[in-house]
Design a protein around this ligand. Structure first.
Ligand code: TMP
Ligand code: ASP
Length: 249
């Protein structure tokens, strides 16, 4: 699809959002760009945009089937998602089922310590301020959300965690943690936006704990796209793999 005919609304580090004729509908283009360290480390990985859009579409469909409202309308083609327009809330809502990543660098948790109930952490999404951890009082004082909206975000987030954790385990994947973002639609409703992909989640093989996500890139390891392809190949059914031409390399 040629996005040149559409006005650009937003250009992020890995996705671009374009206008359509309908002011409440946008096109989200998943690009091949990959970054870490607030954009300091950069690369382009062929097929990443396609894979992340297909993986995100699958997760959004599963969540919609569980009555969770998402921005997703449909995948027009690999890499190009038709979505409801949202006013995004600049919060990274991180759910942790197992201790990993920055949590271990910041706090004295044991590696792979399990959390039940899960921990919900919120960071302020800002490269300039390096995504600092935020609390409810600060988020409200900054005018990002009301306390009622924070409660709603937590309620939806716990449900998303529950639905995806169970789905992934059936596919042989553990779900240590993930980051999601919410926005408000024209009615002011809190809706899940952004993406759910190996860029924004930790996925580990349930038998070997092999890493199947962006941590490989963050740590400078090889096989990043093979890992993303492995996630797609495990979560999609055969019809979806054929439709999107997903082949194991
Ligand atoms: P962290 O352990 O590095 O804080 O990451 C927690 C989760 O959030 C992990 O699943 C990866 C995801 N994440 C993002 O989506 N964007 C980011 O900028 C970072 C740092 C993490
Ligand atoms: N948000 C980070 C970046 O901007 C990426 C990450 O570590 O996921 O580069």
């Amino acid at each position: 699809m040629n996005t040149k005919n559409h006005a650009l609304l937003y250009h992020g580090k890995a996705k671009s959002v374009y206008k359509t004729d309908d002011p409440e509908i946008v096109i989200v283009k998943f690009r091949d760009d990959i970054t870490a360290g607030d954009g300091e480390k950069k690369d382009t990985l062929s097929a990443k945009g396609h894979l992340n859009s297909i993986i995100s579409a699958k997760f959004f469909e599963i969540l919609e089937a569980a009555d969770i409202k998402t921005q997703y309308i449909k995948l027009l083609e690999p890499g190009v998602m038709l979505s409801h327009r949202l006013d995004m809330i600049p919060l990274e809502v991180i759910t942790r089922n197992i201790a990993a990543g920055s949590l271990l660098r910041k706090f004295p948790f044991k590696d792979k310590q399990e959390f039940d109930p899960p921990i919900i952490q919120m960071d302020y999404k800002s490269d300039e301020f390096h995504d600092p951890m935020i609390n409810d009082d600060i988020a409200v004082a900054l005018g990002f959300v009301t306390r009622e909206e924070l409660n709603e975000i937590r309620r939806i987030t716990l449900k998303i965690n529950q639905v995806l954790k169970i789905f992934l385990l059936e596919k042989g994947i553990i779900f240590p943690d993930f980051k999601i973002e919410f926005g408000k639609n024209h009615k002011g409703e809190i809706i899940l936006g952004d993406e759910i992909s190996p860029d924004s989640c930790r996925f580990w093989d349930s038998k070997t704990c092999e890493v199947l996500d962006k941590d490989l890139f963050r740590k400078g390891e090889t096989g990043v796209m093979d890992a993303y392809l492995e996630v797609a190949s495990r979560i999609l059914d055969d019809n979806e793999k054929e439709k999107w031409d997903i082949k194991l390399v």
